[in-house]
Design a protein around this ligand. Structure first.
Ligand code: DGL
Length: 275
């Protein structure tokens, strides 16, 4: 594939594949490059500075490969690095490129989906501590009550292919119980981490009746489509060959094996280094 005009999608690891899948189902005609920083994942417990540094390295790599538009398909990177990249890096070094995240599009839809306006967020420790969802939702839907619960075991369960095994039940129930104990009026829960959709079967099993859960992929896709409609100058730069190239900082063989859990198909992968 000729590099130059793909949409870049970045994640700390495999989780962003759930975002890529949502986007590709909705907009299969575009060309994509997926970059997973698997060798340095998880990002969830890393500091702001480190997440910013790693995310910027990945964004620069995708720019180098010619992507004019990069989606941070990772909540932790969106929470800790997006604002600085948009406000400090892009204006000076890449004024014709754009970087978008996954938190705002999710926050936009949740207000329409919740009736009680009591919203729960399940995410990594980093995303919860950043308060990014609280800030965005309060800005967009004033009067909402938002509570968050970090689920430190959920990413390792997915990464280690334990997400559909009996051992996962304890951790799924435990985190859901802790979230609902904070606010029993919650009627809508955001899955604010890209790995969590793989735990959906178990989440539904332990979810209290009448509570709905929002995976992000489909909403990021419709938000991206809307962005491209409002920015035809960007849309015109993107090629439409229906291809997807995969890059990882881990071994290509390891990525290929684990990616099949998320994508249910074999993928062609290339190893890269970030610095
Ligand atoms: N992809 C990250 C997120 O959505 C979760 C994995 C990690 O901690 O790196 O927050």
């Amino acid at each position: 594939m000729e590099n130059g005009t793909c949409i870049g999608i970045f994640d700390s690891g495999y989780g962003g594949l759930t975002i890529l899948e949502g986007i590709r189902q909705h907009m299969p005609e575009y060309d994509y490059i997926y970059l997973g920083d698997n060798a340095r994942a998880p990002y969830g417990t890393r500091s702001f500075d480190v997440v910013y540094e790693f995310t910027l390295q990945a964004v620069k790599k995708l720019f180098e490969m010619g992507c004019p538009l990069v989606i941070l398909g990772c909540n932790t990177a969106s929470a800790k690095a997006l604002r600085s990249i948009q406000q400090k890096y892009l204006p000076q070094y890449a004024p014709d490129r754009r970087v978008l995240g996954v938190i705002r599009p999710t926050a936009e839809v949740v207000g329409e989906l919740s009736h009680t306006k009591h919203i729960g967020v399940l995410a990594t420790e980093g995303t919860i501590k950043s308060q990014s969802y609280n800030l965005e939702i309060e800005k967009l839907h004033p009067g909402s009550t938002i509570v968050g619960q970090a689920c430190p075991m959920w990413v390792p369960l997915v990464e280690n292919n334990e997400f559909d095994k009996p051992g996962a039940d304890y951790f799924v129930k435990d985190s859901l119980d802790k979230l609902m104990a904070q606010d029993p009026l919650i009627d809508t829960i955001i899955l604010g981490c890209t790995h969590y959709p793989l735990l959906l079967n178990k989440i539904h099993q332990y979810l209290p009746q009448g509570v709905q859960v929002i995976p992000q992929g489909q909403y990021i896709a419709t938000s991206l489509e809307d962005y491209l409609r409002r920015h035809p100058e960007m849309d015109e730069r993107l090629t439409r060959g229906g291809t997807c190239q995969y890059l990882t900082t881990e071994s290509a063989t390891k990525f290929r094996e684990s990616a099949s859990l998320f994508l249910h198909e074999e993928v062609d992968v290339q190893h890269i280094t970030l610095n």
